[in-house]
Design a protein around this ligand. Structure first.
Ligand SMILES: NC(=O)c1ccc[n+]([C@@H]2O[C@H](COP(=O)([O-])OP(=O)(O)OC[C@H]3O[C@@H](n4cnc5c(N)ncnc54)[C@H](O)[C@@H]3O)[C@@H](O)[C@H]2O)c1
Length: 454
């Protein structure tokens, strides 16, 4: 394996050297690396007239609605039913998709319908496992939003249901199907950044609606919301509109910053590196500003140790999220190796290679001067420093590719990018990050066996 990666690294360097030579020879190919783009392209399968896929949406809030809109862009997909616990969402669904759409507050009614092939599950996290398992046993293919489960203990049941039923099951971290992630995977494999040793990602947010203080509808009440069902699989409490419409802030329903955001980075990182996950997880953070009754921190840092495997060398990951950040903007994912780094998004990769230049270390310069070897002042030819690979204009994006990947797998009985095992391996370190924060201790995980290690 080492030899293979060494060979491909040499191949990449050779390619890069050829390109650099072309630049010095006056070719326009990379004449201005920073200004020229390497376009990423995507190909899609055609579908036949008998390939219509009927879908239903369970959880028709912000993301569920987006998922359904994207699914309907895939040729041959029809939305036939929508389930939600709040009247307002069901009314919106009829307004958006027509009065013919069947609506209900009882998800089992959707599962009992014979004309539905697949369901999108976009409820709050505490319902993902149960609805996924019930749906697969009812013969439905499932697209379940991330994180796949609400706690580490819930994962094996979903994997078991997928194995037993043979249904197509995809978790909704769209990045893994994107051109950007695909390119990053290819570049890492070819040795573009040398040996991976570190990765990092962060989110910075500030606006109330971005940090989960969503508006609460004026008509929110126990009459318009099926609260009994909402809390039926967790602690019973009297109706509380904040706990329903701002569910991310409460641990009974949401999974905090780690389950909501870090999980995307685990999915992408695992796809790019071929990793199964970290074996040590440590978190710290605190509630610094948003004292609005939330039970989750608004600043969270996580560090994750990845052991050496056949797929990758040992490396460290640092993730952070700040909901009181007024300045630093938001970044996605960076992978750092011995010879360069990559900034990865869903539709671009910026590859930076370390340049070879004379040292500016004053001690070194003084030492060289004393030895009579001061810099002649002549400038050097530099190797390429930065290349950006951008998606071709008109690219439909990671969300489309991910949904198309799911629908294509249904039609061809094929494979998805993010099945239950992949989804669990991405969710577990995120959920353990929360456990580490609340217990104030590192968590040890066996990513291969998908079990706690201590
Ligand atoms: N992949 C992504 O980029 C992404 C982005 C945002 C959200 N999400 C995920 O999507 C899910 C939904 O998030 P959201 O932002 O759309 O939240 P939301 O509050 O806007 O929507 C959730 C909806 O689920 C309904 N609901 C609650 N319990 C239900 C049940 N038992 N049966 C049927 N409906 C139920 C609610 O009434 C609400 O309309 C979460 O798991 C979240 O992590 C993913």
């Amino acid at each position: 394996m080492k030899e293979n990666s060494e060979a491909s690294r040499r191949g990449f360097i050779k390619k890069l050297a050829t390109t650099a030579a072309a630049v010095t020879a006056g070719s326009s190919l990379l004449a201005a690396d920073k200004h020229s783009f390497h376009y990423l392209k995507q190909k899609y399968n055609q579908y036949g007239p008998n390939d219509q896929v009927n879908i239903a949406l369970i959880g028709a809030g912000g993301m569920g609605t987006q998922d359904a809109i994207v699914a309907l862009q895939v040729p041959g997909v029809k939305l036939v039913a929508v389930c939600d616990l709040y009247d307002g969402r069901l009314n919106e669904a009829k307004t958006r998709w027509g009065a013919d759409i069947y609506t209900t507050k009882i998800y089992k009614e959707i599962l009992n319908r014979k004309d539905i092939d697949a369901v999108i599950i976009a409820t709050p996290d505490h319902w993902h496992q149960q609805i996924s398992v019930d749906a697969m046993h009812a013969g439905k293919h499932v697209y379940c939003e991330k994180p796949m489960v609400h706690s580490v203990a819930e994962g094996p049941a979903v994997i078991k249901a997928q194995k037993e039923t043979g249904k197509i099951f995809q978790v909704g971290s769209q990045g893994v199907s994107s051109l950007g992630n695909e390119k990053a995977h290819e570049l890492l494999k070819s040795g573009a950044i040398g040996e991976l040793n570190y990765a990092e990602g962060f989110w910075a947010r500030r606006a109330p609606v971005e940090v989960w203080q969503y508006p609460i509808p004026e008509d929110a009440s126990a009459q318009t919301v099926d609260w009994e069902t909402y809390v039926s699989n967790t602690q019973k409490r009297p109706f509380d509109s904040k706990r329903f419409f701002r569910w991310r802030n409460y641990t009974d329903y949401g999974t905090g910053m780690a389950g909501d955001l870090f999980v995307h980075l685990f999915s992408s990182l695992h796809f790019i590196t071929g990793s199964m996950g970290p074996n040590k997880i440590y978190a710290s953070g605190g509630l610094r500003y948003w004292n609005d009754g939330r039970e989750v921190p608004d600043v969270l840092l996580g560090t994750f140790d990845y052991g050496k495997t056949v797929a990758h060398p040992a490396f460290n990951l640092s993730l952070r999220c700040n909901f009181v950040d007024g300045t630093s903007g938001t970044t996605y994912l960076k992978l750092v190796g011995s010879e360069g780094s990559m900034d990865v998004t869903w539709d671009s990769v910026t590859l930076k290679r370390n340049k070879v230049i004379a040292s500016d270390d004053p001690f070194y310069i003084e030492k060289m001067r004393k030895a009579g070897q001061s810099d002649s002042g002549r400038k050097h030819i530099l190797p390429p420093e930065e290349i950006t690979f951008n998606a071709e204009k008109g690219y439909l994006g990671g969300p489309y590719d991910h949904m198309n990947n799911f629908i294509t797998a249904i039609r061809t009985n094929g494979k998805v990018a993010e099945d239950a095992i992949f989804g669990y391996r991405a969710a577990a370190p995120a959920l353990l990050c929360n456990d580490s924060y609340y217990k104030n201790t590192p968590m040890f995980w066996d990513p291969e066996k998908m079990k706690m290690a201590k």
